[in-house]
Design a protein around this ligand. Structure first.
Ligand code: DC
Length: 232
């Protein structure tokens, strides 16, 4: 990484599953014309690759090797849509299932997997700036980020949002089942010893229970304007 990239500004957007981080990060990055890091996709890729290679999700040494050798390309087209290629195969949709989400959360609890992905995540930092979406962006990966946001929402609201998304895709699920999945994933992400899901001490916490996506994007951009007046 060159000196300029090292000093590119970063906005970190952390929060639990279903808090709207992905959509909000994308909108903020689009508004600013900045790069984006979807760090959850990297953990999902390790989980997915491990399943394809029939590696047990408890085998930390083998999982770390997968993370170290992850052959992945994030390809952005002219409309800004991102395609994810794992060993040249398009896995953009495959890694979004609940099953891969759960595998991702399990592999993410292994310290050597997190260590293996650290530099890869930091290499996304480049001019004019980076919006980094994840769980530990503000605490571990980019502790010097000038803007840190932590999104929260109740498990019920997040499960309801997920249910609406699945319905639109014609996939059936129950609210109770989704609440259970979300609570399990929250517990695993929050209670792990390494890089747990917690807000950085200097993060701004936004509870999105009563807010639409546009309202949250507006709040984030208001903070950006104040802290980084040249970004907008
Ligand atoms: O954001 P997501 O749902 O795509 O993330 C999938 C899993 O990856 C999540 O349950 C925990 C893990 N993860 C992590 O531990 N650290 C990150 N920075 C991003 C995701």
């Amino acid at each position: 990484m060159n000196q300029q990239s090292k000093h590119a500004p970063v906005i970190t957007i952390d929060g639990p599953a279903g808090s709207g981080k992905g959509t909000i990060s994308q909108r903020v990055a689009d508004q600013l014309g900045w790069h984006i890091l979807d760090s959850g996709a990297l953990y999902r890729l390790v989980g997915h690759a491990a399943q394809l290679k029939k590696i047990h999700l408890d085998d930390e040494t083998a999982l770390a090797a997968v993370a170290n050798n992850l052959d992945v390309i994030f390809k952005t087209n002219s409309e800004g849509a991102v395609k994810i290629l794992l060993e040249s195969s398009d896995v953009t949709l495959d890694i979004r299932t609940e099953e891969v989400g759960s595998a991702a959360s399990q592999v993410a609890a292994k310290s050597s997997v997190r260590d293996a992905l650290l530099d890869r995540q930091r290499r996304f930092r480049s001019q004019p700036g980076l919006v980094a979406d994840g769980r530990d962006m503000g605490t571990i990966v980019f502790p010097d980020a000038p803007v840190k946001i932590f999104l929260t929402a109740s498990a019920e609201i997040r499960a309801q949002r997920r249910l609406n998304q699945l319905k639109q895709q014609g996939i059936s699920a129950t609210l109770r089942g989704l609440i259970n999945d979300i609570e399990k994933r929250d517990a695993r992400d929050t209670n792990r010893k390494d890089a747990p899901l917690i807000p950085a001490t200097d993060a701004m916490i936004i509870n999105t229970d009563e807010m639409g996506i546009e309202d949250v994007v507006k709040s984030v951009l208001t903070v950006v304007k104040r802290v980084l007046p040249n970004a907008l």
